[in-house]
Design a protein around this ligand. Structure first.
Ligand SMILES: [Ca+2]
Ligand SMILES: [Ca+2]
Ligand SMILES: [Ca+2]
Length: 869
């Protein structure tokens, strides 16, 4: 604790000089009284100095003191998903990110698609420990400057305007700071001393205001279904005053905000379930210069040190495997010398089995890491780890630990994601049959949300908004939303075919009937579920190829007010085809005048064509004995698309087309495996070696899959690249204590880690002398709990303790769908890895997607085969 130590030394110096004069004047005092006085003064002084310690601008570019970090636009709004609640001024309070979105905003409680400011400048002043940013709203030609500087016991935030507010923003532009509801549940607040309780569920008042007064959302989309009334909802504050104190009762969460401006407290959840508690002051009209100042004091508990996180696999370990817990420590913590493993007996007693010294790994991002290796413990049983006073929950050591780890994914998660089906589980219906009104041709030159857009042509025979027949079949909901993403479908089909062919996964616990559109969970029907799922995804992709002529980007609802739908998918549209002759909300029983049918985004790309060729060629093999007609259709479509792509002029050699080339390589590979035709094998071999030369880590997977189907020299030639790949893996073990590729992008990286572990398995199978099984297990153990931030399993309901909330379509209930795999740890720059386990709404951390689910099933098959053969 360098700063506190320094302060203590300073205070001791002062104390000694004070003491000296004391002893001169009160020389009758006994030494003992003096000593106690000294001790008490010392303690008081130390406490005082620790809590009064000022924030310092550190070399990572944020304000820091023990227990409190203030990020000032270390993370910015990127514009892709708009407000992701991971940008602006943010507070990490005693290890938890509790505030975000500190910025000039145009709404009381901004929603995801409301306008966000662009940061056009950021300056740090190390002499004064100050950070200043300039924010801009392009649509209003409006700039504001915000400076954040340390204050006596917190920060002072100052908003400066060089020009007065634009007229349109008067009474709308304000300074907001948003507080995480989950951090303040079951807590109180005070506004000018008047107490209140943070609502557990939103039920504060709102008003309705004419739409003409609303600041439009991005690209004129709207999250609000106003039923044609031309109005919008305006939330009213929970409280207001010149001083707002959040959680006066809890020193970990105490924040006091003072200002000369009126400060309001809002509940953003009245408008959007993912809203936060917003503290806000309006900026004054017709003023320039320093227009608003907040004094913010986040309490810092003196000498606070974060509780260590003991990372380990929540499903446990196979007796024969490497076993190591990774212990994550506050930099101010003093690592202990040892940790112990205790065994819990059937009598309910625990006995110490193993104690060992901890190996220091070093610093990674903001924490310090040590490892506890207990590989030598091989006796099957129930164990826990003890580090200092902390005991972990129990976990298993047994040969069967990995046996069931994919069952919830296949038995529950995939069935719930099934589109165009009713899905039942025992007494519960997850959803009715959705999207019987699929789909209309999306209009041209259109910017949509969720990454969809249309160029100047449809690339189909259909007119904009014309009905495309035959699409209301098969497919899965992409993620926590309900669109069909074709590229993810291809990825799922490829993973499932691989799992079927390599590991003969033939589990049957689901009843799936395409004729009556009915899925029943926990009910065998004599057919392997994995084949039924391959069939289900394939049905939609083949329908696209047949009815449109080629695979398409995807199918998604037309309105933003539909897109954020939560709950039963069958109520997202009215399931009746759109009829322009009827008025909105009018129906003749067979069709409806409400424009809610999903749109097909149909622009054609070589990448998607080739990726679809690969998945359709693979599905042909798996479906041979399950659905011969569909299997034949798959191969026919794959070959047709291949021939069509080959008849087009070769594109220019750019980085982009090389990326496309990776999809062509996959297509050539799967067609080779299915047809054994030389033309495809030749093309694969033309593409694979230059690709490996460019980046072995990107192409090694395809090369390893291809190996058994290639001629003898292939494997020998591949060996050098496997050695290079292994060296890259070794490098990872020097980059972070977990030895896996941890993502630093805007979406956390569990998918990448699962695919990495699968590739390692392929390498291990063919080159066990180069790549050992530990590279597969590192990936799987990370997903199952041996990771930063917490030790929860990232696979919902797999392991002793797992995530219990996720960004599924039931996220508003703070619930989850078993078997989904969350994205995991999101890096908030520069050094904070986060995976919230009390707040489901951060999609980059908690949204389970279909391709990850299928990859998890494949990896589970691999680890089972690897450990038990
Ligand atoms: Ca989506
Ligand atoms: Ca079945
Ligand atoms: Ca409809």
């Amino acid at each position: 604790m360098p700063n506190i130590m320094q302060n203590n030394k300073e205070s001791q110096k002062r104390l000694f000089s004070g003491n000296h004069s004391l002893s001169q004047t009160k020389n009758t005092c006994s030494d003992r009284v003096l000593f106690f006085f000294f001790l008490a003064a010392c303690l008081f002084s130390a406490t005082n100095n620790a809590s009064g310690q000022k924030l310092q601008l550190n070399d990572q570019g944020y304000l820091e003191k023990q227990g409190v970090n203030v990020f000032v636009f270390s993370n910015q709004y990127n514009g892709f998903f708009f407000d992701e609640k991971t940008a602006g001024i943010e507070l990490i309070h005693h290890g938890v990110r509790t505030a975000t979105g500190g910025a000039v905003r145009l709404q009381d409680t901004p929603e995801q698609w409301d306008l966000i400011p662009t940061m056009v400048d950021r300056q740090t002043d190390t002499n004064n420990n100050t950070i200043e940013v300039t924010l801009r709203y392009q649509d209003y030609d409006f700039n504001s400057r915000i400076s954040v500087a340390p204050d006596e016991d917190g920060i002072v935030i100052t908003v400066t305007l060089d020009k007065p507010l634009p007229k349109a923003l008067e009474g709308r532009a304000g300074f907001n700071l948003e507080f995480l509801p989950a951090a303040y549940f079951e807590k109180n607040y005070m506004a000018d001393g008047k107490p209140g309780t943070f609502p557990l569920y939103p039920a504060s008042s709102t008003a309705v205001i004419p739409l003409t007064e609303k600041i439009p959302q991005f690209a004129n989309h709207t999250t609000f279904d106003d039923r044609g009334r031309g109005e919008f909802i305006d939330p009213k504050p929970l409280a207001s005053g010149k001083t707002i104190v959040l959680s006066p009762e809890d020193p970990e969460r105490y924040v006091r905000i003072r200002s000369e401006s009126e400060i309001m407290l809002f509940d953003g959840r009245n408008l959007a379930q993912n809203g936060w508690f917003v503290v806000r002051s309006l900026l004054p009209a017709q003023k320039t210069g320093n227009v608003m100042q907040w004094f913010v004091k986040p309490n810092a508990i003196p000498d606070w040190v974060r509780t260590p996180v003991i990372g380990f696999s929540q499903v446990g370990y196979h007796p024969a495997q490497q076993k190591a817990a990774v212990i994550e420590l506050d930099k101010q913590d003093t690592p202990l010398k040892t940790a112990s493993l205790y065994k819990v007996t059937s009598a309910g007693e625990s006995e110490e089995k193993y104690t060992a010294g901890l190996k220091s790994w070093g610093n990674f991002l903001r924490y310090y890491y040590v490892k506890f290796d207990f590989t030598s413990v091989k006796e099957p049983g129930l164990y826990y780890i003890k580090y200092g006073d902390q005991k972990t929950n129990t976990f298993v050591i047994d040969a069967d630990v990995y046996k069931n780890i994919w069952h919830p994914t296949m038995d529950v998660w995939f069935p719930v994601q099934m589109d165009h089906m009713e899905v039942n589980e025992a007494y519960r219906i997850w959803h009715g049959v959705p999207y019987l009104d699929d789909a209309l041709q999306a209009p041209v030159n259109h910017q949509h949300f969720d990454g969809y857009s249309m160029g100047p042509t449809t690339d189909t025979k259909y007119q904009p908004l014309e009905r495309i027949p035959g699409l209301a079949v098969g497919g899965w909901f992409d993620a926590g939303d309900f669109d069909i993403q074709t590229a993810s479908h291809n990825s799922v089909i490829l993973s499932f075919v691989d799992a079927w062919e390599r590991f003969g996964i033939d589990r049957d616990q689901t009843y799936i009937d395409q004729t009556t559109r009915y899925t029943d969970i926990h009910r065998p029907d004599g057919k392997p579920d994995i084949l039924q799922q391959i069939e289900h995804g394939t049905l939609n992709v083949v329908a696209q190829c047949k009815n449109i002529g080629h695979p398409i980007r995807g199918i998604v609802v037309p309105n933003l007010h539909q897109y954020h739908h939560l709950g039963d998918a069958s109520t997202e549209t009215d399931n009746l085809p759109y009829n322009p002759d009827l008025k909105a909300y009018e129906s003749d029983g067979k069709s409806s005048g409400t424009m809610d049918d999903r749109w097909a985004f149909t622009n054609r790309t070589p990448f998607l064509d080739y990726q679809t060729i690969a998945s359709m060629a693979a599905a042909n093999r798996a479906l041979q004995h399950h659905n011969k007609q569909l299997a034949d259709d798959c191969l026919a479509q794959a070959k047709r698309l291949w021939d069509e792509q080959k008849s087009l002029p070769a594109p220019a050699d750019t980085l982009f087309t090389r990326f496309m080339g990776s999809a062509e390589m996959l297509a050539a590979l799967q067609l080779t495996i299915t047809t054994k035709e030389e033309q495809y094998a030749r093309r694969f071999k033309e593409l694979i070696w230059p690709a490996l030369e460019r980046s072995p880590e990107r192409s090694i997977n395809a090369a390893l899959i291809a190996c058994p189907y290639m001629d003898d020299g292939f494997k020998e030639k591949l060996r050098d690249y496997v050695i290079q790949y292994k060296e890259l893996n070794e490098k990872l073990s020097r980059e972070n204590p977990y030895g896996v590729p941890i993502s630093t992008r805007g979406w956390a990286g569990n998918t990448q880690i699962i695919h990495w572990a699968i590739t390692n398995y392929y390498a291990y199978k063919l080159f066990p002398e180069i790549v050992g099984p530990e590279y597969v297990l590192k990936g799987i153990n990370y997903i199952l709990g041996c990771h930063p931030y917490s030790n929860l399993s990232f696979v919902l309901a797999v392991g002793t303790k797992t995530k219990k909330i996720a960004y599924g379509n039931n996220r508003a209930d703070f619930s989850f769908i078993a078997g989904g795999i969350v994205p995991g740890l999101l890096l908030l720059k520069p050094d904070f890895l986060e995976n919230k386990d009390d707040w489901p709404f951060l999609w980059g951390e908690n949204e389970c997607v279909i391709d990850t689910g299928a990859a998890w099933v494949l990896l589970s098959g691999a680890v089972n085969e690897m450990m038990n053969d």
